[in-house]
Design a protein around this ligand. Sequence first.
Ligand code: SAM
Length: 253
Amino acid sequence: MPATPAWPPKSLPRLFVRMPLSEGVAVELDAKQVNYLANVLRMGEDAELLLFDGASGEWLARIAEAGRKRMTLTVGRKTREPETIPDVWLAFAPVKRAQTDWLVEKATELGAARLLPVITQRTIAERVKLERLEAIAIEAAEQCGRTRLPEVDEPVSLKALLMSRDPQRRLYFADEGGGDPAASAFAPGPSLILTGPEGGFTEEERALVRSADKAVPISLGPRILRAETAALAALATYMAVAGDWLPDRLIDS
Ligand code: SAM
């Protein structure tokens, strides 16, 4: 049986909290969360919602005390165990802010385990703000039903990425110059997908990446995709042929 979506069966609001959750624990929400529940959703005492902490799964919680600026919840029963996320990382050259935000949101929805902004020779992105990308990933995880957040890394240079990489992690290099068709190249197991900036990789970079251990150049079809489209198309294809869009027994085998 293919995986069933975590959404839409639950219509309760879902929030990520930065503290370990367990039954009976009291949770104090931050100001932004209080504003969202109290003023946007108009929730008050005794209303229920779902919480996750990125590690222990998902929990039903009840509002024990509600003020306009302060809210305390009591954690009840566990509603879901933490899910298994395929071990696939996405290294992408950041593009303009709005497109990078979109990429991070969608990659989180698609189930990337880790997001790594990579600075290449032709990257022209404005400064990448890690905190902002983390906040976008949290919101996307809250919305799509993930119980684990993707890790979001500080940007690194392409050379640093290649040097620090575990060679056991297969490197799928989206090469607009051609490669194995992505749908037949991807295989379950630790994977790193690498996509380039709007201007593409330089010849020097292409040679460097192609010579890396366990590097597999992949093609995403006959059209040149925008950088953010390429990253998400590659990730979606991975999930479909080697990730968790497959029956459970095939994941990470
Ligand atoms: N300026 C480059 C050119 O005209 O050849 C295009 C770069 S493309 C906008 C940005 C990145 O998306 C590329 O570096 C590559 O990683 C990826 N990409 C786009 N289309 C692709 C395709 N058909 N196959 C593989 N990778 C692709």
